[in-house]
Design a protein around this ligand. Structure first.
Ligand SMILES: [Zn+2]
Length: 310
């Protein structure tokens, strides 16, 4: 579009000079030409302003696409393994107009101040972790065990995961673990990198933190930091359509696992629909959750089960 501007101008500027004009006409023509030129310049300036503004905007984050600093192994599911917070207050920050410094009078969107949780050893498997309830800084589970390769979980969860894995295998379904425990430090690193990225895009620190939290959960607020959740993947592009998912939906609760982030509960969990993310809560709780459903057949989420949905 922009390329045609100068051509049009050039054609018009050179196209009107066939007759021998009077001095009056010349004056008039010169005045109209000046007016025309001024108009074109204004339009051009407006066009350039729009282009510059568009180019200066950070990429729009589409939560359904997902982003992670860990690199993607395969398609959408694997590339979206980091839980994405989609709570509206976290995703409505506006860019600053200049890169100089943040305006003190400007109203800022801030992350909710989180409460630091204390894990009760008697019901550790019910520990609620999200952006509002975070693990203490530097938290490490009491003991970690490897499930496969560098995939680890809290040692108390591993036997249950393996029972589930073997039961599925007997039914001809292979539950491939992709991502289990992630350290607090790693979460912090990824999160801080994302904050720096948005600061580089012209956001001030508070706004950059809000933007970053919409993509990568802040340290201590991911269930992967707690060591009780496993992301299970397949080579298919969308986990929900796989046999593995169907099997998990029908059987995971028998081994104490729940699908943590349902599509109907994103406003409560603050996390997008993640069919690949399975979390251990113990057989009794998982069974209760699995069987407590509304009229549409949607089971309750952990927040609702624990009575802390808001
Ligand atoms: Zn996950």
């Amino acid at each position: 579009m922009g390329f045609t501007y100068s051509d049009n101008n050039g054609n018009r500027a050179s196209g009107g000079g066939k007759r021998a004009p009077s001095r009056k006409n010349i004056k008039r023509n010169t005045a109209s030409a000046k007016l025309f030129l001024a108009g074109v310049l204004v339009l051009l300036a407006a066009f350039l302003a729009v282009v510059c503004y568009t180019l200066s905007q950070p990429e729009n984050v589409d939560p359904s696409q997902g982003q992670t600093d860990e690199g993607s192994l395969q398609s959408e599911a694997a590339s979206s393994l980091e839980e994405l917070s989609t709570v509206s207050p976290l995703s409505t920050a506006k860019p600053v107009t200049t890169t100089k410094s943040s305006s003190t009078t400007k109203k800022q969107q801030l992350l909710p101040s989180p409460g630091i949780i204390k894990i009760n050893p008697d019901n550790w498997e019910l520990t609620l972790v999200n952006t509002r309830y975070r693990l203490p800084e530097g938290y490490v589970p009491p003991k970690l065990l490897t499930v496969v390769n560098d995939c680890r979980l809290d040692s108390r969860v591993v036997p249950h995961y393996l029972d589930m894995y073997n039961a599925a295998l007997e039914d001809g379904v292979k539950l491939t673990p992709f991502s289990g425990y992630r350290s607090y430090e790693m979460q912090e690193r990824n999160y801080n990198n994302k904050i720096r990225y948005y600061q580089g895009e012209g956001y001030n620190k508070a706004e950059a933190a809000v933007k970053a939290a919409a993509v990568i959960m802040p340290p201590g607020s991911s269930e992967h930091n707690l060591g009780v959740a496993m992301d299970i993947v397949t080579c298919d592009s969308w986990f929900e359509t796989t046999d593995e998912f169907t099997w998990l939906r029908e059987n995971a609760y028998k081994y104490g696992f729940i699908m943590r982030y349902a599509k109907e509960k994103t406003d409560i969990t603050g996390v997008i629909y993640e069919p690949w993310h399975w979390r251990y809560v113990g057989v009794k709780t998982a069974t209760d959750i699995y069987k407590t459903r509304n009229a549409e057949g949607v089971e309750i989420c952990l927040e609702e089960y624990l009575g802390v949905s808001k």
